[in-house]
Design a protein around this ligand. Sequence first.
Ligand SMILES: NC(=O)c1ccc[n+]([C@@H]2O[C@H](COP(=O)([O-])OP(=O)(O)OC[C@H]3O[C@@H](n4cnc5c(N)ncnc54)[C@H](OP(=O)(O)O)[C@@H]3O)[C@@H](O)[C@H]2O)c1
Length: 274
Amino acid sequence: MIVVTGATGSIGRALIERLDGEGEEVLAVLRRPADLGCEYVLGDFDRPETVGEALSAGDRLFLNTSPWPGFVRGHRAVIDLAREAGVAQVVSVSVRGAAPGAPLAGGMHGEVDDHLRASGVPWSILRPVGFMQNLLTDVRDGRIYGSYGQGRVGYIDTRDIADVAAALLTRPVGPDGTYVLTGPDAPTQDEIAAAVSGALGREVRYVDLPVPEMAAHLAGQGIPEPFARDLARLMADTGDGRWSTTTSTVEDVTGHRPRSLAAFLADHAATWPA
Ligand SMILES: NC(=O)c1ccc[n+]([C@@H]2O[C@H](COP(=O)([O-])OP(=O)(O)OC[C@H]3O[C@@H](n4cnc5c(N)ncnc54)[C@H](OP(=O)(O)O)[C@@H]3O)[C@@H](O)[C@H]2O)c1
């Protein structure tokens, strides 16, 4: 059985579709009932035992949620329960550059990754860069705001992360490993805005803001103050090019090239949020 957490998320939905298509036996773990076309049980990482109850010896586990204050505690507990249940493999979603003490999600992921590596359960850690799917909410009123300057980022389509996870979860369990996942190119925000403009047929501009102004902009959208400041700072740091190199990992694992920004935009233009 392949047990999928974060099943209603961007990666999770694509993963379930892919596994269903391959005729795999899938069990989704959901916080509330949803029709994903597969069997599901209810479970919440804030009550890790409810996720643990879904696990049996020999299962393969896709481990993913989104960061919240209880993230490290919840994920560590579920990893421990996976070991106790005799789970055969954990494929976990992290982020490129994750390390304990790093700001925002990078620090939380770093702590969870360390715990997983030391757990004794066979593991694969996926470390993607920023998601193309973020654009679906980042483009507002014809603008994309950020503090990246001219920094390049190798944005990835979450469907490619799902494809990598599906490959790792369906082949015989291999050696433990960390996979840095990127798209095929690393555009600047100006180049992204131009590509979005072309795909949507209306002008979208990138507006680069100094960190304090970007923090205020994010706070104005309801993001709590300290988090907004860290997020703006992270954007500016990313502008130094740390996420600009691309890797061949998606193609190495799946046999296909990662989806381009142009392909992502073409697939989403017709249903783009108003
Ligand atoms: N966005 C980026 O650019 C980016 C870049 C690199 C790495 N990442 C990492 O990617 C991951 C997010 O993946 P995604 O985009 O597929 O997720 P997503 O679309 O944000 O969805 C999150 C999923 O996790 C579930 N979830 C959240 N908290 C939970 C809890 N306490 N217990 C059980 N389920 C819970 C949600 O369920 P509900 O439906 O119940 O809410 C949902 O299914 C995060 O670890 C993030 O740090 C993101």
